[in-house]
Design a protein around this ligand. Structure first.
Ligand code: UD1
Ligand code: UDP
Length: 388
Protein backbone atom coordinates (compact mmCIF):
# COMPACT_ATOMS: atom_id res chain seq x y z
CA UNK A 1 0.00 0.00 0.00
CA UNK A 2 1.33 3.42 -0.98
CA UNK A 3 2.25 5.43 2.12
CA UNK A 4 1.36 9.11 1.74
CA UNK A 5 2.22 11.80 4.26
CA UNK A 6 0.37 15.10 3.94
CA UNK A 7 2.17 18.07 5.51
CA UNK A 8 0.60 21.46 6.17
CA UNK A 9 0.64 24.18 8.79
CA UNK A 10 -1.64 27.19 8.25
CA UNK A 11 -5.40 27.80 8.06
CA UNK A 12 -5.69 27.99 4.27
CA UNK A 13 -3.53 24.91 3.69
CA UNK A 14 -5.68 22.94 6.11
CA UNK A 15 -8.93 24.06 4.45
CA UNK A 16 -7.59 23.13 1.02
CA UNK A 17 -5.94 19.85 2.08
CA UNK A 18 -8.85 18.57 4.18
CA UNK A 19 -10.80 17.36 1.11
CA UNK A 20 -7.66 15.50 -0.09
CA UNK A 21 -7.10 13.81 3.29
CA UNK A 22 -10.75 12.76 3.46
CA UNK A 23 -10.75 11.39 -0.11
CA UNK A 24 -7.49 9.50 0.37
CA UNK A 25 -8.85 7.87 3.52
CA UNK A 26 -12.17 7.02 1.84
CA UNK A 27 -10.35 5.35 -1.05
CA UNK A 28 -9.08 2.72 1.39
CA UNK A 29 -6.05 1.81 -0.72
CA UNK A 30 -3.50 4.23 0.74
CA UNK A 31 -1.69 4.33 4.03
CA UNK A 32 -2.48 7.97 4.93
CA UNK A 33 -0.71 10.04 7.57
CA UNK A 34 -0.91 13.73 8.40
CA UNK A 35 1.85 15.92 9.86
CA UNK A 36 1.03 19.48 10.86
CA UNK A 37 3.77 22.01 11.50
CA UNK A 38 1.29 24.28 13.32
CA UNK A 39 2.88 27.34 11.76
CA UNK A 40 -0.57 28.61 12.79
CA UNK A 41 -1.83 27.24 16.08
CA UNK A 42 -5.32 28.51 16.89
CA UNK A 43 -6.31 29.15 13.27
CA UNK A 44 -5.12 25.68 12.23
CA UNK A 45 -6.85 23.94 15.11
CA UNK A 46 -10.16 25.59 14.13
CA UNK A 47 -9.97 23.79 10.76
CA UNK A 48 -8.70 20.46 12.11
CA UNK A 49 -11.64 20.30 14.48
CA UNK A 50 -14.21 21.24 11.87
CA UNK A 51 -13.07 18.51 9.45
CA UNK A 52 -12.38 16.10 12.30
CA UNK A 53 -8.74 15.68 11.26
CA UNK A 54 -6.43 14.16 13.87
CA UNK A 55 -2.79 14.69 12.89
CA UNK A 56 -0.36 11.83 13.41
CA UNK A 57 2.47 14.33 14.02
CA UNK A 58 2.33 17.89 15.33
CA UNK A 59 5.52 19.97 15.30
CA UNK A 60 3.80 22.78 17.23
CA UNK A 61 6.30 25.35 15.92
CA UNK A 62 4.28 28.58 16.21
CA UNK A 63 5.82 31.39 18.28
CA UNK A 64 4.51 34.92 18.65
CA UNK A 65 5.86 37.19 15.93
CA UNK A 66 7.80 34.36 14.28
CA UNK A 67 9.95 35.29 11.31
CA UNK A 68 10.82 33.38 8.16
CA UNK A 69 14.07 32.02 9.62
CA UNK A 70 12.17 30.63 12.62
CA UNK A 71 9.53 28.91 10.52
CA UNK A 72 11.93 27.50 7.90
CA UNK A 73 14.43 26.09 10.37
CA UNK A 74 11.87 24.66 12.78
CA UNK A 75 9.94 22.92 9.99
CA UNK A 76 13.08 21.54 8.38
CA UNK A 77 14.54 20.18 11.61
CA UNK A 78 11.17 19.05 12.96
CA UNK A 79 10.39 16.99 9.87
CA UNK A 80 13.80 15.31 9.67
CA UNK A 81 13.11 12.57 12.22
CA UNK A 82 9.54 12.03 11.05
CA UNK A 83 10.56 11.56 7.42
CA UNK A 84 13.49 9.30 8.29
CA UNK A 85 11.36 7.11 10.55
CA UNK A 86 8.13 7.04 8.53
CA UNK A 87 9.78 6.73 5.10
CA UNK A 88 6.64 7.70 3.16
CA UNK A 89 6.49 6.86 -0.56
CA UNK A 90 5.31 10.41 -1.23
CA UNK A 91 4.63 13.61 0.63
CA UNK A 92 1.92 16.08 -0.38
CA UNK A 93 2.23 19.80 0.29
CA UNK A 94 -0.06 22.66 -0.63
CA UNK A 95 0.36 26.13 -2.08
CA UNK A 96 2.96 28.66 -1.07
CA UNK A 97 3.52 29.06 2.64
CA UNK A 98 6.90 28.67 4.30
CA UNK A 99 5.69 25.34 5.68
CA UNK A 100 5.09 24.25 2.07
CA UNK A 101 8.57 25.14 0.89
CA UNK A 102 10.44 23.86 3.95
CA UNK A 103 8.51 20.56 3.91
CA UNK A 104 9.27 20.03 0.22
CA UNK A 105 12.95 20.75 0.90
CA UNK A 106 12.99 18.32 3.84
CA UNK A 107 11.49 15.58 1.64
CA UNK A 108 14.06 16.27 -1.08
CA UNK A 109 16.86 15.94 1.47
CA UNK A 110 15.43 12.50 2.35
CA UNK A 111 15.00 11.45 -1.33
CA UNK A 112 11.22 11.32 -0.91
CA UNK A 113 9.05 12.34 -3.90
CA UNK A 114 6.92 15.46 -3.51
CA UNK A 115 3.42 16.15 -4.83
CA UNK A 116 2.46 19.83 -4.97
CA UNK A 117 -1.23 20.70 -4.69
CA UNK A 118 -2.21 24.14 -6.09
CA UNK A 119 0.91 24.22 -8.25
CA UNK A 120 1.81 26.78 -10.89
CA UNK A 121 0.38 30.05 -9.52
CA UNK A 122 2.71 32.93 -10.40
CA UNK A 123 3.00 36.72 -10.37
CA UNK A 124 6.59 36.66 -11.72
CA UNK A 125 7.52 39.29 -9.13
CA UNK A 126 9.57 37.68 -6.38
CA UNK A 127 8.61 40.32 -3.79
CA UNK A 128 4.86 40.30 -4.44
CA UNK A 129 3.54 38.43 -2.67
CA UNK A 130 6.46 38.05 -0.27
CA UNK A 131 7.56 35.37 0.44
CA UNK A 132 4.84 33.32 -1.26
CA UNK A 133 5.92 33.83 -4.87
CA UNK A 134 9.32 32.31 -4.19
CA UNK A 135 7.89 29.67 -1.86
CA UNK A 136 5.68 28.28 -4.64
CA UNK A 137 8.37 28.63 -7.28
CA UNK A 138 10.93 26.77 -5.17
CA UNK A 139 8.37 24.15 -4.19
CA UNK A 140 7.62 23.67 -7.88
CA UNK A 141 11.33 23.08 -8.51
CA UNK A 142 11.45 20.50 -5.71
CA UNK A 143 8.19 18.75 -6.68
CA UNK A 144 7.83 15.60 -8.77
CA UNK A 145 4.04 15.75 -9.30
CA UNK A 146 2.22 19.03 -9.94
CA UNK A 147 -1.52 19.40 -9.37
CA UNK A 148 -2.42 22.63 -11.15
CA UNK A 149 -5.81 24.15 -10.31
CA UNK A 150 -6.36 25.74 -13.75
CA UNK A 151 -5.03 25.53 -17.33
CA UNK A 152 -3.28 28.89 -16.76
CA UNK A 153 -1.35 27.43 -13.83
CA UNK A 154 -0.39 24.42 -15.97
CA UNK A 155 0.90 26.79 -18.68
CA UNK A 156 3.08 28.55 -16.12
CA UNK A 157 4.68 25.23 -15.21
CA UNK A 158 5.16 24.25 -18.85
CA UNK A 159 6.90 27.59 -19.42
CA UNK A 160 9.35 26.57 -16.67
CA UNK A 161 10.06 23.30 -18.49
CA UNK A 162 8.14 21.03 -16.12
CA UNK A 163 7.44 17.88 -18.18
CA UNK A 164 3.77 17.82 -19.27
CA UNK A 165 3.31 14.23 -18.05
CA UNK A 166 4.06 15.46 -14.49
CA UNK A 167 1.23 18.04 -14.50
CA UNK A 168 -2.48 17.43 -13.95
CA UNK A 169 -5.18 20.12 -14.09
CA UNK A 170 -7.52 19.22 -11.25
CA UNK A 171 -9.45 22.35 -10.22
CA UNK A 172 -8.79 23.93 -6.85
CA UNK A 173 -9.57 21.85 -3.76
CA UNK A 174 -10.90 25.02 -2.09
CA UNK A 175 -14.05 24.60 -4.16
CA UNK A 176 -14.44 21.06 -2.76
CA UNK A 177 -14.15 22.47 0.78
CA UNK A 178 -16.49 25.35 -0.01
CA UNK A 179 -19.18 23.06 -1.46
CA UNK A 180 -18.98 20.86 1.61
CA UNK A 181 -19.30 23.82 3.96
CA UNK A 182 -21.92 25.70 1.93
CA UNK A 183 -24.15 22.59 2.06
CA UNK A 184 -23.82 22.43 5.86
CA UNK A 185 -24.45 26.15 6.22
CA UNK A 186 -27.54 26.13 3.96
CA UNK A 187 -29.09 23.33 5.99
CA UNK A 188 -28.66 25.41 9.14
CA UNK A 189 -29.27 28.96 7.94
CA UNK A 190 -31.26 30.02 11.01
CA UNK A 191 -28.68 28.51 13.32
CA UNK A 192 -25.87 30.74 11.99
CA UNK A 193 -27.80 34.00 12.34
CA UNK A 194 -28.43 33.03 16.00
CA UNK A 195 -24.79 31.99 16.37
CA UNK A 196 -23.50 35.42 15.31
CA UNK A 197 -25.93 37.17 17.59
CA UNK A 198 -25.10 34.89 20.55
CA UNK A 199 -21.33 34.50 20.12
CA UNK A 200 -20.35 37.83 18.61
CA UNK A 201 -23.23 40.20 19.39
CA UNK A 202 -23.58 40.67 15.65
CA UNK A 203 -26.91 41.03 13.96
CA UNK A 204 -27.18 40.19 10.26
CA UNK A 205 -29.83 42.83 9.82
CA UNK A 206 -30.40 43.36 6.12
CA UNK A 207 -27.89 46.17 5.73
CA UNK A 208 -25.37 45.60 2.92
CA UNK A 209 -22.59 43.48 4.37
CA UNK A 210 -19.01 44.38 3.42
CA UNK A 211 -16.83 41.44 4.47
CA UNK A 212 -13.17 42.36 5.00
CA UNK A 213 -10.03 40.27 5.58
CA UNK A 214 -6.32 41.05 5.30
CA UNK A 215 -2.97 39.64 6.32
CA UNK A 216 -0.36 39.99 3.54
CA UNK A 217 3.17 40.72 4.74
CA UNK A 218 3.78 43.24 1.94
CA UNK A 219 0.79 45.26 3.23
CA UNK A 220 2.20 45.63 6.76
CA UNK A 221 2.78 49.25 7.75
CA UNK A 222 1.39 51.83 5.30
CA UNK A 223 -0.83 49.30 3.52
CA UNK A 224 -2.79 48.30 6.62
CA UNK A 225 -2.92 51.86 7.86
CA UNK A 226 -4.53 52.93 4.55
CA UNK A 227 -6.94 49.99 4.56
CA UNK A 228 -8.14 50.86 8.07
CA UNK A 229 -8.47 54.57 7.28
CA UNK A 230 -10.52 53.71 4.19
CA UNK A 231 -12.82 51.48 6.27
CA UNK A 232 -13.24 54.23 8.86
CA UNK A 233 -14.24 56.73 6.15
CA UNK A 234 -16.62 54.25 4.55
CA UNK A 235 -18.39 53.68 7.86
CA UNK A 236 -18.81 57.43 8.21
CA UNK A 237 -19.85 58.19 4.64
CA UNK A 238 -21.82 55.23 3.26
CA UNK A 239 -25.47 54.51 4.05
CA UNK A 240 -26.83 51.21 5.17
CA UNK A 241 -23.46 49.43 5.25
CA UNK A 242 -22.29 46.86 7.78
CA UNK A 243 -18.53 46.35 7.64
CA UNK A 244 -17.64 43.00 9.21
CA UNK A 245 -13.95 42.26 9.67
CA UNK A 246 -12.68 38.99 11.21
CA UNK A 247 -9.15 40.08 12.11
CA UNK A 248 -6.15 37.80 11.49
CA UNK A 249 -4.15 37.02 14.66
CA UNK A 250 -0.85 38.34 13.31
CA UNK A 251 0.20 41.19 15.66
CA UNK A 252 1.22 43.27 12.61
CA UNK A 253 -2.43 43.16 11.58
CA UNK A 254 -4.06 43.34 15.02
CA UNK A 255 -2.14 46.49 16.01
CA UNK A 256 -3.26 48.94 13.27
CA UNK A 257 -6.75 47.47 13.09
CA UNK A 258 -7.38 47.83 16.82
CA UNK A 259 -5.71 51.25 17.00
CA UNK A 260 -7.52 52.81 14.04
CA UNK A 261 -10.84 50.97 13.99
CA UNK A 262 -11.25 50.21 17.71
CA UNK A 263 -12.53 53.73 18.47
CA UNK A 264 -15.07 53.50 15.59
CA UNK A 265 -16.94 50.50 17.01
CA UNK A 266 -20.47 50.61 18.43
CA UNK A 267 -21.65 53.19 15.93
CA UNK A 268 -24.64 51.13 14.83
CA UNK A 269 -28.08 52.68 14.50
CA UNK A 270 -30.05 53.24 17.66
CA UNK A 271 -33.26 51.16 17.82
CA UNK A 272 -36.03 52.70 15.77
CA UNK A 273 -33.68 54.71 13.57
CA UNK A 274 -34.84 54.11 10.01
CA UNK A 275 -31.91 55.77 8.30
CA UNK A 276 -29.85 52.59 8.92
CA UNK A 277 -26.46 54.18 9.53
CA UNK A 278 -23.31 52.24 8.76
CA UNK A 279 -21.11 50.46 11.29
CA UNK A 280 -17.98 48.38 11.73
CA UNK A 281 -17.72 45.07 13.62
CA UNK A 282 -14.35 43.54 14.39
CA UNK A 283 -14.39 39.79 15.07
CA UNK A 284 -11.79 37.15 15.94
CA UNK A 285 -10.81 34.75 13.11
CA UNK A 286 -13.91 32.69 12.44
CA UNK A 287 -14.31 28.95 12.05
CA UNK A 288 -14.68 28.07 8.38
CA UNK A 289 -18.43 27.30 8.60
CA UNK A 290 -19.48 30.69 10.03
CA UNK A 291 -17.06 32.41 7.68
CA UNK A 292 -18.71 30.73 4.70
CA UNK A 293 -22.09 31.78 6.11
CA UNK A 294 -20.88 35.42 6.18
CA UNK A 295 -19.58 35.06 2.63
CA UNK A 296 -23.00 33.88 1.47
CA UNK A 297 -24.65 36.86 3.26
CA UNK A 298 -22.15 39.41 1.97
CA UNK A 299 -22.87 42.07 -0.61
CA UNK A 300 -19.22 42.63 -1.40
CA UNK A 301 -15.81 41.34 -0.27
CA UNK A 302 -12.68 43.42 0.34
CA UNK A 303 -9.59 41.29 0.91
CA UNK A 304 -5.93 40.57 0.23
CA UNK A 305 -6.46 36.84 0.80
CA UNK A 306 -5.67 34.22 -1.82
CA UNK A 307 -8.33 31.67 -0.92
CA UNK A 308 -11.13 34.20 -0.66
CA UNK A 309 -10.37 35.38 -4.21
CA UNK A 310 -11.26 31.84 -5.26
CA UNK A 311 -14.26 31.26 -3.00
CA UNK A 312 -16.17 34.51 -3.52
CA UNK A 313 -16.49 34.17 -7.32
CA UNK A 314 -17.93 30.68 -6.78
CA UNK A 315 -20.70 32.35 -4.73
CA UNK A 316 -21.20 35.24 -7.18
CA UNK A 317 -19.82 37.83 -4.75
CA UNK A 318 -17.77 40.74 -6.18
CA UNK A 319 -14.27 40.85 -4.73
CA UNK A 320 -12.04 43.91 -4.47
CA UNK A 321 -8.47 42.75 -3.90
CA UNK A 322 -6.22 45.08 -1.91
CA UNK A 323 -3.08 44.24 -3.86
CA UNK A 324 -1.41 45.45 -7.07
CA UNK A 325 -0.80 42.03 -8.58
CA UNK A 326 -2.42 38.63 -8.24
CA UNK A 327 -1.30 35.09 -8.96
CA UNK A 328 -4.99 34.31 -9.55
CA UNK A 329 -5.85 36.32 -12.68
CA UNK A 330 -8.66 33.96 -13.68
CA UNK A 331 -11.13 35.73 -11.35
CA UNK A 332 -10.12 39.09 -12.83
CA UNK A 333 -10.59 37.74 -16.37
CA UNK A 334 -13.98 36.33 -15.37
CA UNK A 335 -14.97 39.81 -14.17
CA UNK A 336 -15.75 38.99 -10.51
CA UNK A 337 -12.43 40.20 -9.09
CA UNK A 338 -10.85 43.66 -9.33
CA UNK A 339 -7.40 44.70 -8.10
CA UNK A 340 -7.62 47.98 -6.18
CA UNK A 341 -4.22 48.25 -4.45
CA UNK A 342 -3.87 49.59 -0.92
CA UNK A 343 -4.26 53.33 -1.47
CA UNK A 344 -6.98 54.82 0.72
CA UNK A 345 -8.63 56.76 -2.12
CA UNK A 346 -8.52 53.79 -4.50
CA UNK A 347 -10.25 51.57 -1.95
CA UNK A 348 -12.88 54.19 -1.13
CA UNK A 349 -13.59 54.84 -4.77
CA UNK A 350 -13.86 51.18 -5.76
CA UNK A 351 -16.19 50.31 -2.87
CA UNK A 352 -18.31 53.42 -3.39
CA UNK A 353 -18.73 52.63 -7.08
CA UNK A 354 -20.09 49.17 -6.32
CA UNK A 355 -22.38 50.55 -3.61
CA UNK A 356 -23.86 53.27 -5.79
CA UNK A 357 -23.80 51.89 -9.34
CA UNK A 358 -26.06 48.85 -9.72
CA UNK A 359 -24.77 48.14 -13.23
CA UNK A 360 -21.14 47.91 -12.11
CA UNK A 361 -22.27 45.74 -9.21
CA UNK A 362 -24.32 43.37 -11.37
CA UNK A 363 -21.48 43.00 -13.85
CA UNK A 364 -19.18 41.75 -11.10
CA UNK A 365 -21.80 39.70 -9.28
CA UNK A 366 -22.44 37.36 -12.18
CA UNK A 367 -21.41 34.00 -10.83
CA UNK A 368 -18.30 32.93 -12.73
CA UNK A 369 -16.16 30.34 -11.07
CA UNK A 370 -12.95 29.52 -12.90
CA UNK A 371 -11.55 27.43 -10.04
CA UNK A 372 -13.21 24.07 -10.40
CA UNK A 373 -16.26 21.91 -9.93
CA UNK A 374 -15.65 20.59 -6.41
CA UNK A 375 -14.05 17.33 -7.64
CA UNK A 376 -10.40 18.35 -7.43
CA UNK A 377 -9.57 16.05 -4.51
CA UNK A 378 -11.08 13.04 -6.33
CA UNK A 379 -8.92 13.80 -9.38
CA UNK A 380 -5.76 14.10 -7.27
CA UNK A 381 -6.51 10.80 -5.54
CA UNK A 382 -7.14 9.10 -8.89
CA UNK A 383 -3.75 10.30 -10.16
CA UNK A 384 -2.01 9.14 -6.98
CA UNK A 385 -3.64 5.72 -7.34
CA UNK A 386 -2.10 5.40 -10.81
CA UNK A 387 1.46 6.26 -9.78
CA UNK A 388 3.95 3.42 -9.84
C1 UD1 B 1 0.96 32.78 6.81
C2 UD1 B 1 1.69 32.50 5.49
C3 UD1 B 1 0.94 33.13 4.32
C4 UD1 B 1 -0.52 32.70 4.33
C5 UD1 B 1 -1.13 33.04 5.69
C6 UD1 B 1 -2.56 32.56 5.77
C7 UD1 B 1 4.14 32.36 5.43
C8 UD1 B 1 5.41 33.10 5.53
N1 UD1 B 1 3.02 33.09 5.54
O1 UD1 B 1 1.05 34.19 7.03
O2 UD1 B 1 1.53 32.70 3.11
O3 UD1 B 1 -1.20 33.36 3.29
O4 UD1 B 1 -0.38 32.38 6.71
O5 UD1 B 1 -3.22 33.11 6.87
O6 UD1 B 1 4.14 31.17 5.29
N2 UD1 B 1 -0.75 33.89 14.85
C9 UD1 B 1 -1.37 33.44 16.01
N3 UD1 B 1 -2.20 32.35 15.91
C10 UD1 B 1 -2.46 31.72 14.73
C11 UD1 B 1 -1.85 32.20 13.58
C12 UD1 B 1 -0.98 33.28 13.65
O7 UD1 B 1 -1.17 33.97 17.07
O8 UD1 B 1 -3.25 30.76 14.72
C13 UD1 B 1 0.20 35.04 14.97
C14 UD1 B 1 1.52 34.65 15.65
O9 UD1 B 1 1.99 35.74 16.38
C15 UD1 B 1 2.45 34.40 14.45
C16 UD1 B 1 1.96 35.47 13.50
O10 UD1 B 1 0.54 35.49 13.65
O11 UD1 B 1 3.81 34.53 14.78
C17 UD1 B 1 2.35 35.28 12.06
O12 UD1 B 1 2.03 33.99 11.56
P1 UD1 B 1 2.77 33.49 10.21
O13 UD1 B 1 2.30 32.13 9.87
O14 UD1 B 1 4.24 33.69 10.33
O15 UD1 B 1 2.31 34.55 9.12
P2 UD1 B 1 0.89 34.82 8.49
O16 UD1 B 1 0.83 36.28 8.25
O17 UD1 B 1 -0.15 34.15 9.27
N1 UDP C 1 -11.25 32.05 6.53
C1 UDP C 1 -11.85 31.53 7.68
N2 UDP C 1 -12.10 32.37 8.74
C2 UDP C 1 -11.81 33.69 8.70
C3 UDP C 1 -11.19 34.23 7.53
C4 UDP C 1 -10.91 33.37 6.47
O1 UDP C 1 -12.12 30.33 7.75
O2 UDP C 1 -12.08 34.39 9.67
C5 UDP C 1 -10.93 31.13 5.41
C6 UDP C 1 -11.34 31.59 4.03
O3 UDP C 1 -12.66 31.16 3.73
C7 UDP C 1 -10.29 30.94 3.13
C8 UDP C 1 -9.06 30.89 4.02
O4 UDP C 1 -9.51 31.07 5.34
O5 UDP C 1 -10.64 29.59 2.79
C9 UDP C 1 -8.12 31.99 3.62
O6 UDP C 1 -7.14 32.16 4.58
P1 UDP C 1 -6.16 33.39 4.59
O7 UDP C 1 -6.82 34.57 3.99
O8 UDP C 1 -5.64 33.49 5.98
O9 UDP C 1 -4.94 32.88 3.69
P2 UDP C 1 -4.61 32.93 2.12
O10 UDP C 1 -5.70 32.25 1.39
O11 UDP C 1 -4.43 34.36 1.74
O12 UDP C 1 -3.31 32.18 2.04
Amino acid sequence: MQKILLIFGTRPEAIKMAPVVLRLKEAGCFHVKVAVTAQHRQMLDQVLELFNLKPDFDLDIMAPNQDLFDITSRVLLGLKEILLQEKPDLILVHGDTTTTFAAALAAFYCHIPVGHVEAGLRTRDKHRPYPEELNRHLTGTLADYHFAPTPWARDNLLAEAVPPERIWVTGNTVIDALHLMARRVQQDNGYWADYFSREHGLSIDGRRLLLVTGHRRENFGDGFQNICLALRDLAEQADNLHIVYPVHLNPNVQRPVQEILGPCLNTSSPPGDNTRRSSISLLPPLDYAPFVYLLTCSHLVLTDSGGIQEEAPALGKPVLVMRDVTERPEGVWAGTVKLVGTGKQQILQAVSELLTDPRSYQKMAQAANPYGDGKAAARIVAVLGGLK
